[in-house]
Structure formats: structure tokens, C-alpha cells
Design a protein around this ligand. Structure first.
Ligand code: ADP
Length: 243
């Protein structure tokens, strides 16, 4: 969120956004389950121009050992942006932003994963952003859920994620990078549609109470679209497309 009003037209007189989408239209989403032969589970997602690979390892022994918990398994998440994933080379060392995103994705996944079934172990989730264009935390979280399911980790539900936001005083679904930079608000949401529970909700920008409620509703609608594609990706791999 740039917090600044841009001269760019974010919404034209016909209600079209800067990339031609309608206000309630998500970007093109493609999800594939599997793909990494060395991982226990994996997934690949394209969410508009975002391209992200998720790899899951475990449940496995915890190193260092003192981090293990005798009552439950633990989840570790590393979100990382490749140096070539954005226009200007990104320093490959973990930034504050990547550490924050790793933490919020971990906390968004924890309610879904039945870690209590695997005491003393760790499940590691690696998220590699190879191309970024706004909304990578939602795309990465959605891919992580599919990779966990692909690894056969028992889950209460999958977490599907999508952002809603506000540009030109209008609530929109699925905020792209330009809208994030020049728009008025960005609200990433992670949601378990089967359980009707939100596991991630952040807000960058300012909304009225009514806009806030509408953003949550619109974001959840987006999560439901992602959820269908997550299930389709798993069905494709395991049942040849039959759900
Ligand atoms: P999200 O990707 O979840 O929307 P942010 O709002 O922090 O997270 O970032 C928005 C977008 O800004 C990213 O998707 C990416 O396209 C861009 N971006 C993030 N970090 C950098 C960076 N170091 N250099 C260039 N662009 C970046």
C-alpha cells in the first residue's frame, strides 16, 4: 500500500480496472498439486503474474532437538522471494517483510493442520516466490495448503486465500501490485471454507466500518473461488480430475 493517490486510472468510467478486470473479478488462477520429487508434498500456483512453488517436508525429526514439543508437532514456514522475482534485484537474504510473511502464513495454517497427531516432529513448509506481482502471501498460503494435503498431512480443512481492497473509493477483489501501490486499502484474507473460519486477516490502509465488512465478504468470495481450484488440483493428481 503506497498510501498515495496515483495519477494512474485505477477504475475507468466503465468500471474496468487497470488490468481490464471488473471489480469482482479475480486474476487468472492456476494450481497444480505435486511437482517436486524430493519433497513429501508440493504445489505450484500462478495467481495472475505471481508464480510460487511450495514444498512440504515431514513430519520429521526436529533439529535442533530442544525445539521439539512432546505434546504436539510443530510447523515451520519459510516464505522467500527469489532475487529475480521482482523488477529490481531483491537481496536474497531474508528481509523483515519475508520474516513477517513467514510468520503470518504459519499462523494461518496452524488451525488447519492436525499437528497434535505428530508429537515431537516438525513439518517444514518452504515457499519460493519466483515471480511477484502483489498478493504473494495469499497465493503462497493457498499453495502451501495444497502442498500439505499432497504430503498426506491430516487437515481439518484447507486454507484458501485471496485479498480484497479499495481503489478509487470502490471495493475490489484480488488486489494486484499496481492497485496495492496506488490504491487505498489491501486486505489479505485466509479462510477455511468448509469450517467457515478466517485464519488470516490483515489490513493495510483505511476503511469505514461498512467498507471493512464489505471487504471481508468480497475477500471470502475470492477464497471460495481459490478453494474450488485447490480441490480441483488435488483431484486432478489423485483421481484423474474426478472430485
Ligand atoms: P503481498 O505480496 O502479499 O501483497 P506486500 O503487500 O508486502 O505483500 O507486497 C506487494 C508486492 O510488492 C509484492 O507482491 C511484490 O510484487 C512487491 N514487492 C515486495 N517486495 C519487493 C521488493 N523487495 N522489491 C520490489 N518489489 C517488491
Amino acid at each position: 500500500m503506497g498510501g498515495r493517490e496515483s495519477t494512474m486510472v485505477l477504475l475507468d468510467s466503465e468500471g474496468r480496472r487497470c488490468d481490464g478486470r471488473r471489480v469482482d473479478e479475480p486474476r487468472r488462477i492456476m494450481i497444480k498439486a505435486g511437482g517436486l520429487k524430493n519433497a513429501d508434498g508440493s504445489a505450484y500456483i500462478e495467481f495472475g503474474d505471481n508464480k510460487i512453488i511450495a514444498g512440504v517436508f515431514g513430519p520429521r525429526e526436529v533439529h535442533p532437538k530442544h525445539l521439539s514439543d512432546t505434546d504436539t508437532g510443530i510447523l515451520r514456514v519459510r516464505y522467500h522471494m527469489a532475487p529475480f522475482s521482482v523488477g529490481e534485484r531483491k537481496n536474497p537474504a531474508p528481509s523483515r517483510r519475508e520474516i513477517e510473511i513467514s510468520k503470518v502464513i504459519k499462523e494461518a495454517l496452524e488451525p488447519a493442520v492436525m499437528l497434535e497427531q505428530f508429537p515431537r516432529t516438525v513439518v517444514d513448509v518452504f515457499l519460493e516466490v519466483i515471480q511477484a506481482d502483489g498478493g504473494t502471501r495469499c497465493a503462497a498460503l493457498s499453495a502451501a495448503s495444497v502442498a500439505l494435503a499432497d504430503a498426506g498431512i491430516p487437515m481439518r480443512d484447507m486454507v484458501a486465500a485471496c485479498a480484497a481492497g479499495k481503489v478509487a473509493d470502490t471495493i475490489i477483489l484480488d488486489v494486484n501490485n499496481e492497485e496495492d501501490q496506488a490504491g487505498q486499502a489491501d486486505m489479505p484474507i485466509g479462510y477455511m471454507p468448509g469450517l467457515e473460519k478466517i485464519t488470516l486477516l490483515q489490513l493495510d490502509g483505511v476503511l469505514t466500518p461498512d467498507e471493512y465488512k464489505r471487504c471481508v465478504r468480497v475477500g471470502i468470495d475470492g477464497c471460495k473461488i481459490v478453494y474450488d481450484l485447490q480441490k480441483k488440483a488435488l483431484a486432478e493428481k489423485y483421481f484423474g480430475g474426478q472430485q
